[in-house]
Design a protein around this ligand. Structure first.
Ligand code: IPD
Ligand code: CA
Ligand code: CA
Ligand code: CA
Length: 267
């Protein structure tokens, strides 16, 4: 059993409230207003409404904290520990708009540049993934561990497809070819925060994606770490950039997956 800390309680309550609205909108996607921010990057009034609810709930509970939100950007707080919420109100918008029941709310709490608490909530499956630095990862009340598989040919990996024109696609397809050749399979489910949560849960053995944004991966990265997984930039360096090319896996498979991806880029 997890003993929920006050901050996790604030985060799960906010996610639960925003999720009720998302679920209602998911039943009526044909009535949503949708616009396009870039190639295959959509935003709807469901994203915006969820973001507004999360901002209201979180700033009511912690008035001094700042924000970094996907749709409305950054706003500074006046907290002495420089705490801010990093928020993706609807991760997996494309799935959502197509009626695919695989999307999430992703909330991370950053303190002096380090992620200290995380919530990723899948409202359709009612799966609440939580983690706090030093206290482990939980799915609802159950403690999670990454998988213990050691063999690539038994492992399943998730990835995300970059929308960067033909060159990006070609290089990405090379990577997929390499990983498919040695593993038990590759999945592309379209919600990065859940890909990371599933690595934490041992459902996927690893995950990689190029050019994610802080709201896509900040919460999920803590879930993976606190469940005993290893996460880095492709090439092994620690996650440092704001938009990393990220690779994570259980500690048995991380190096092998990372080397495969590096090799495929050089070829
Ligand atoms: C996207 C999803 C997707 C990933 C993209 C993200 P959004 O987030 O996480 O899985 O492949 O890189 O942009 O736009 O649905 O919040
Ligand atoms: Ca988006
Ligand atoms: Ca996202
Ligand atoms: Ca989003």
């Amino acid at each position: 059993m997890s003993l929920k800390s006050p901050v996790i309680t604030v985060m799960t309550k906010a996610a639960g409230k925003a999720a009720r609205h998302l679920k209602r909108d998911f039943g009526e996607v044909e009535n949503l207003q949708v616009s396009r921010k870039g190639p295959a990057d959509f935003v709807s009034n469901a994203d915006l409404k969820a973001e507004k609810i999360l901002r209201e709930e979180l700033s009511h509970a912690r008035p001094n904290f700042g924000f970094l939100m996907e749709e409305s950007g950054a706003s500074e707080g006046d907290d002495t520990l420089q705490r801010r919420w990093i928020v993706d109100p609807l991760d997996g918008t494309t799935n959502f708009l197509h009626g695919l029941p695989h999307f999430a709310i992703s909330l991370a709490l950053e303190e002096r540049g380090e992620i200290v608490a995380a919530v990723v909530y899948d409202p359709i499956k009612d799966e609440m993934f939580t983690a706090e630095k030093g206290n482990g990862t939980f799915l609802n009340d159950r403690r999670l561990r990454v998988s213990s598989r050691r063999r690539m040919d038994e492992a399943i990996f998730a990835t995300g497809i970059p929308f960067k024109g033909l060159e990006g696609h070609e290089r990405f397809l090379d990577e997929v070819r390499e990983v498919m050749a040695v593993s038990a399979g590759v999945r592309r489910w379209g919600t990065a925060s859940l890909d990371l949560a599933y690595v934490a849960a041992g459902r996927f053995d690893g995950f990689w994606e190029w050019g994610l944004q802080p709201w896509d991966y900040s919460a999920g990265a803590l879930l993976v770490r606190e469940a005993g997984g290893y996460i880095s930039e492709i090439g092994g360096r620690s996650l440092s950039s704001k938009s990393p090319n990220l690779v994570c896996a259980n500690t048995n498979l991380h190096r092998e997956l990372d080397e495969l991806l590096r090799k495929s880029r050089k070829a």
